[in-house]
Design a protein around this ligand. Structure first.
Ligand code: HEM
Length: 499
């Protein structure tokens, strides 16, 4: 209770906080606290309509500022990035899972974050490294197509989300540990990661009055410990196996590109006496890569394919575009669409951008923390205050996007069908949508994610025709919150080989 009564940090700036709804000490902060961000999204939309594009909520002991305006977002994230790129101090359960803020997404804006992010960007996401995993993508595509072909033999329609998640997982596990783990281990890793992700909200209550909850909610604390040790029990053997292989000089040749774990085993933390990461921290960082990359990408894939089922003419146009770049072949098996050819497919890219605009997998970014008191357009943004952005709303702004709820890939094309001046998804010059965030904390993997989406969608359309199942009615595009914002009714499609 004491923490809920804490005063706002003292400040020399006398401006008011941005406006917000009535604050009843203890009661309203607790009400907001019990809900996830996605749960309060509808309330936030109403509050923005009432108070304008910048508003304040007190959530627990924290002051949270929400932005629903692309110019403000640009001012904060790009023009004043250094002041708004910190993360909040993690709560006890979060600290337990993120190794005391030793991963990219949770670490404070400073040397550790820079070291971890630079390592991820240089070692895994640099174009030369991404190229090194081209064979892995071919293998995963083959895996995905085989699973779909197997499924359509016995089923009239296929629930595709599991297949997408499995494929993304296989790909990221390979990039992480440098090996093709068998299906059983893959399943175990996926289950361990998902059960942690989906339980986070349930554990949040443990962060308040830990001394009391440790006693009254002992079972829940034990469950958290069990989930983490289960995750370690699965991932540590893979880390040790790679360490051994590295020692024996078996890693890092053409057949065996450098894995994320290799880079983590070599990494030293400059502001912690150049120490290496310990095993538990490596588990945390690998888990971050897997969870940040799997659900986001497979959710995006599902929304894209749902739109292609809903709008067959858009699907057909992609298929026609691909046909033009494919070599004539007399082989019985279809050739795959190669990633070198993706740049020749502007309509495909437009479809993917339109889907990320209309159905961003994340409706908010991760909370940013303010580094020092800031006078922002006459309001006080206090040090340690949280700032977040209405990502979905910003991409649906009718002042930028005509008929914003309609699915129109042509928005991203010139009249002659070429790409509109390379649409800037990073928002560095101006923000029109921000599915990957923007500025210093932007998703470091946005190019890799775009590559994955283009490569898999191209090949899924090239290999199959996707339709509504017989008697399936229309595709239900309602949203539901999980870790990402997913389809409320998961996509079920009737798929048949494309002739
Ligand atoms: C369609 C796929 C993806 C979407 C929509 C997406 C979206 C996002 C968003 C909105 C953020 C938060 C930005 C902020 O806090 O301002 C983020 C951060 C992050 N993403 Fe992604 N992401 C995707 C794929 C990936 C993949 C494949 C990886 C890893 C291989 C990844 C790794 C990360 C990491 C490490 C961060 C934290 C960055 C930091 O705090 O510095 N993401 N992503």
């Amino acid at each position: 209770i004491l923490s809920l009564l804490q005063k706002s940090p003292t400040t020399k700036i006398n401006n008011p906080f941005p406006p917000g709804p009535i604050h009843i000490p203890i009661i309203t902060p607790l009400i907001w606290l019990t809900k996830s961000l996605n749960e309060i999204e509808p309330a936030l939309k109403n509050l923005h309509a009432k108070y304008g594009p910048i508003l304040t909520l007190r959530i627990g002991s924290r002051l949270a500022i929400f932005i629903n305006d692309r110019f403000f977002a640009h001012q904060i994230l790009i023009q004043n990035g250094a002041l708004f790129s910190d993360r909040p101090i993690s709560l006890p359960t979060e600290k337990f899972l993120n190794s005391n803020q030793h991963n990219v997404n949770s670490s404070s804006y400073g040397t550790t974050w820079r070291t971890l992010r630079r390592n991820l960007s240089a070692e895994m996401l640099h174009p030369s490294r991404v190229k090194g995993y081209a064979q892995t993508r071919i293998w995963v595509l083959d895996l995905l197509l085989k699973r779909l072909k197997f499924d359509i033999k016995s089923n009239v329609s296929v629930k595709i989300m599991d297949h997408f998640q499995h494929a993304m997982f296989a790909l990221l596990v390979f990039m992480c540990f440098g090996e093709r783990v068998d299906d059983k281990i893959l399943d175990d890793i996926a289950k361990a990661e998902r059960s942690l992700l989906l339980s986070l909200q349930r554990f949040s209550v443990l962060n308040y009055w830990p001394k009391i909850t440790k006693f009254f909610l002992r079972k829940r604390w034990e469950e958290l410990l069990r989930l983490r040790s289960n995750q370690e029990a699965i991932l540590v053997p893979l880390i040790r196996a790679r360490k051994e292989a590295k020692k024996n000089g078996l890693c890092n040749d053409n057949n065996n590109p450098r894995a994320y774990v290799d880079s983590l085993l070599d990494l030293k933390l400059p502001n912690e006496e150049q120490r290496n990461l310990d095993e538990s921290e490596i588990v945390t960082l690998c888990s971050e890569l897997l969870s940040a990359g799997t659900d986001t990408t497979s959710t995006a894939l599902q929304w894209i394919m749902a739109n292609l089922v809903k709008y067959p003419h858009i699907q057909q146009r992609i298929a026609d575009e691909i046909k033009k770049v494919m070599p004539v072949s007399d082989k019985e098996e279809k050739e795959e669409v190669r990633e070198e050819d993706l740049h020749k497919l502007p309509y495909l890219k437009a479809v993917i951008l339109e889907s990320l605009r209309r159905h961003p997998p994340a409706h908010f970014v991760l909370p940013h923390a303010v580094s020092e008191d800031v006078d922002f357009n006459g309001y006080l943004m206090p040090k340690k205050g949280l700032v977040n952005f209405m990502v979905a709303e910003i991409g649906r702004d009718p002042k930028v996007w005509e008929d914003p709820m309609a699915f129109k890939p042509e928005r991203f094309l010139n009249e002659d069908g070429t790409q509109v001046e390379k649409f800037d998804i990073t928002g560095s010059k101006e923000i029109k949508m921000m599915p990957f965030g923007a500025g210093r904390r932007i998703c470091p993997a946005y190019s890799l994610a775009m590559l994955h989406l283009e490569y898999f969608v191209a090949n899924l359309v090239w290999n199959f025709e996707w339709k509504v199942p017989p008697n399936g009615g229309d595709v239900d595009m309602s949203e539901k919150e999980e870790f990402t914002v997913v389809m409320k009714t998961p996509l079920e499609a009737h798929i048949s080989p494309r002739i």
